[in-house]
Design a protein around this ligand. Structure first.
Ligand code: AMP
Ligand code: GLY
Length: 426
């Protein structure tokens, strides 16, 4: 089979490595891929938003199966274009991808179908939003741009001035462009966060092993938000009882709601959850695998990924059983100095003495005259697995110190909160 994978980050590297375990896979094209993916796939310089070019490439190269991994092409309708051209595709169509592409859509969906989430109001005019903020007394308050904003569209405003500034930046200064045409102002929730990725074919929903992201740039959850500085799986806060409750009150109702709206969701649905004192609530949906959640979830997947993806596409997910290893995984992201603000690119990456079972998932890397150099903010994710979380974390850190380039940095406390929780509950 010839497979096409759209995307060029650590998530796509993890997906491609997993797909290559299937002996039916003869060739993988990555659009655009990166310096690490180039070792196992042919990288083609087509951007993830160029959905017409993606379709033309797939048709011209007689691709048998396509996996659209990032949010942008899904929300723009890449799956619809490929399917019209007769190419089997893993990922939701444009109508279903709105669950991530529009926060207003997803919040209204949850309200209509009584799926637990933070209370909210939608605003289309800056004046109306300002008037609301002038009257409310509940701070902090959470302000979200409606559309995609590179993971930066959520602002937690501590007081009235910060809230007003957020409204001005999003709706008047248009820092996120059209994504700020509307905003959601929502109630601030607190509690441990859990990411649950689930395979679904629109009828059956199969949650994967849970995970925990570490979104802030620096140790102790300090500094600015990033795309994610590291992950662990499973997430110890997500116990059996919580999982059962989420299945009944969130996962199945969401799949049913999307069907009732005439937008059946097929692909990987990401539930960003917060375990509040009033029970689990949805913070956000993503219409795709999380990054860097995929880098800890996929190494624990025992079932063949291509078989699962084909079952999703063929709407026969209930026919297969999906198994995960009962060990643990930890991914530590090595980033460029200055990330998530400005940083330099083009530094040579030196990798020494990595344990044979550690996985290096490349993100911002490229080959320049056969030399591996940095080309992005998040450069490489170091994933280790182990029988316990403790073992996985130790192994990941041992190898993280062996990935070196100028100004590299990484968080030293990935998994620490989870380990403390495990220690206290044992
Ligand atoms: P996102 O960019 O959508 O992944 O959101 C970034 C982060 O904002 C989430 O991981 C949460 O930590 C936080 N967040 C979003 N919505 C809320 C909320 N209603 N209450 C508290 N924190 C929130
Ligand atoms: N790690 C969060 C995301 O993929 O959106």
């Amino acid at each position: 089979m010839k497979i096409l994978v759209v995307g060029g980050g650590g998530r796509e590297h993890a997906i491609i490595k997993k797909l290559c375990e299937n002996s039916r896979v003869e060739k993988v094209y990555a659009l655009p891929g990166n310096g690490g993916i180039a070792e196992i796939a042919e990288c083609v310089p087509i951007g993830t938003k160029d959905i017409n070019k993606i379709r033309d490439f797939a048709v011209n190269n007689k691709v048998d199966f396509a996996v659209i991994a990032p949010d942008d092409p899904l929300v723009l309708g890449a799956v619809d274009l490929l399917e019209e051209a007769g190419i089997l595709c893993f990922g939701p169509n444009k109508a279903a991808a709105a669950i991530e592409g529009s926060k207003v859509f997803s919040k209204n969906l949850m309200k209509k179908y009584s799926i637990p989430t933070a209370g909210y109001e939608v605003f289309e005019k800056a004046e109306d939003a300002s008037e609301y903020i002038a009257k409310t007394n509940s701070f902090p308050v959470v302000i979200k741009a409606d559309g995609l904003a590179l993971g930066k569209g959520v602002i937690i405003a501590q007081d009235r001035t910060e809230a007003q500034d957020a409204i001005t930046s999003i709706m008047s200064d248009r820092i996120f462009g059209e994504s700020g045409n509307k905003i959601v102002i929502e109630e601030f929730l607190s509690g441990p966060e859990v990411s649950v990725l689930a395979f679904t074919d629109g009828k059956t929903v199969v949650p994967m092993v849970s995970s925990m992201d570490h979104k802030k740039a620096f140790d102790g959850d300090l500094g600015p938000n990033t795309g994610g500085m590291g992950t662990i799986a499973p997430n110890p806060f997500y116990d059996y009882k919580t999982a059962k409750e989420c299945m009944e009150r969130i996962f199945i109702p969401t799949i049913n709601a999307m069907n009732a709206e005439g937008r059946p969701f097929k692909g990987c649905l990401y539930f960003g959850l917060m375990l509040t004192s009033n029970g689990p609530m949805v913070i956000e949906y993503n219409c795709r695998f999380g990054d860097p959640e995929a880098q800890v979830v996929l190494p624990l997947l025992k079932t063949d990924l291509l078989e699962i993806m084909e079952a999703v596409t063929g709407e026969r997910l209930s026919d297969i059983s999906i198994e995960f290893d009962n060990g643990a995984a930890c991914c530590v992201i090595i980033a460029s100095g200055g990330y998530p603000s400005s940083y330099k690119k083009g530094y040579e990456i030196k990798i020494a003495d990595i344990s044979p079972d550690t996985r290096l998932y490349h993100a911002g890397t490229t080959l320049s005259d056969s030399v591996l150099v940095t080309s992005g903010g998040r450069v490489i994710g170091v994933t280790a697995t182990g029988r316990s979380l403790n073992e996985a974390v130790d192994k990941a850190y041992k190898d993280a110190s062996n990935v070196n380039f100028k100004d590299a940095f990484y968080r030293k406390d990935i998994g620490v909160r989870a380990l403390k929780y495990i220690e206290n509950t044992d």
